[in-house]
Ligand binder design. Structure first.
Ligand code: 13P
Length: 251
C-alpha cells in the first residue's frame, strides 16, 4: 500500500510572513500523516519560516531545488547538506521550469537525486513531455528516458523511497489538465520503467504524482487511478482552503 503524497509547489511566490500565515490557516485541518502526506515545497528564502511554522503539525517540508554539491564555491546555489540539517524532508528536482529556464540536464538531475538521498532526504523527481512531443507520439519514450536517466546508479532502497512526479508541460499553469486517463497512462509508463530498471517489487513501492492544473475539482478522480499516488500542485496550493481540499481528498 502506497501512502498518498500531495505536495504544493509554490514556485517563486510567497514571502516568510505569508508562509507563516498559510500554515496558521491549516491548523487542525490537515489529514493525519499516517493517512496522507501533506507537503509544501517553498522557495529557499521561506524554508526556515515554513519549518518553524510546521513544527508539531502533520505538514512536511520540501525545497524546490538543491545543488548536487554539499559545499564550495558555487555562488547562489543551495546546499543539500544544509537543507537536511535544517530539517527539510523532500527536495523537488528536475522541475520542467528548472530544465527549461535554467538549463538543467538529465545528468544534473541524476547528480541531484544522489545528493538528496546521500543527505538523508527524498527527491521528488519531475518528468514530462511538451505538447509537440505528445503530438508526435513521443510522450512515452521521452518520459521513460527522463526517468531512466534520473535514477541511474541509485540503489534499490533509494528508488523504493523515491517520489516521481509526472508533469506534462502543456498542462502546467494552463488550466488544461491531462484527462485522468492520459495521466494514468504515463504514470503507468513511469512505473513500468522502474520495474524494467529494477524489479516489480521496487516499482510497486515508488510513489508517482501527477502534476498540471490539479485542483479540488479533479483531485478525487486523479487519485482514483491505479498508478497515481499523489499530486504536485502549483496554483491550487497557494491558499489554505484550496490546499486543504486537496490533501483531504479522501474526506
Ligand atoms: O508545475 C506544477 C507543480 O509543480 C503544476 O502547476 P499548476 O498546478 O499551477 O498547473
Amino acid at each position: 500500500m502506497r501512502k498518498p503524497i500531495i505536495a504544493g509547489n509554490w514556485k517563486m511566490n510567497k514571502n516568510p510572513k505569508e508562509t507563516v500565515e498559510f500554515v496558521a490557516g491549516l491548523k487542525g485541518k490537515l489529514p493525519s500523516f499516517k493517512d496522507v502526506e501533506s507537503v509544501i515545497a517553498a522557495p529557499a528564502v521561506d524554508l526556515q519560516a515554513l519549518l518553524d511554522a510546521a513544527k508539531g503539525t502533520d505538514l512536511k517540508v520540501a525545497a524546490e531545488n538543491a545543488y548536487f554539491e554539499n559545499e564550495g564555491a558555487f555562488t547562489g546555489e543551495t546546499s543539500p547538506k544544509v537543507l537536511s540539517e535544517m530539517g527539510v524532508d523532500y527536495v523537488v528536482i528536475g522541475h520542467s521550469e528548472r530544465r527549461e529556464y535554467f538549463g538543467e540536464t538529465d545528468d544534473d538531475i541524476n547528480k541531484k537525486a544522489h545528493a538528496v538521498f546521500n543527505n538523508g532526504m527524498v527527491p521528488i523527481i519531475c518528468c514530462g513531455e511538451t505538447l509537440e512531443q505528445r503530438q508526435a507520439g513521443e510522450a512515452e519514450s521521452w518520459v521513460e528516458g527522463q526517468v531512466s536517466a534520473a535514477l541511474r546508479g541509485l540503489s534499490v532502497e533509494q528508488v523504493s523511497l523515491a517520489v516521481i512526479a509526472y508533469e506534462p508541460i502543456w498542462a502546467i499553469g494552463t488550466g488544461e489538465t491531462a484527462t485522468s486517463d492520459q495521466a494514468q497512462e504515463i504514470c503507468a509508463v513511469v512505473r513500468r520503467t522502474v520495474a524494467k530498471l529494477y524489479d516489480q517489487t521496487v516499482a510497486d513501492k515508488v510513489r508517482i504524482q501527477y502534476g498540471g492544473s490539479v485542483k479540488p475539482g479533479n483531485v478525487v478522480e486523479l487519485m482514483g487511478k491505479d498508478d497515481i499516488d499523489g499530486g504536485l500542485v502549483g496554483g491550487a496550493s497557494m491558499e489554505p482552503a484550496s490546499y486543504l481540499d486537496l490533501v483531504n481528498f479522501k474526506a
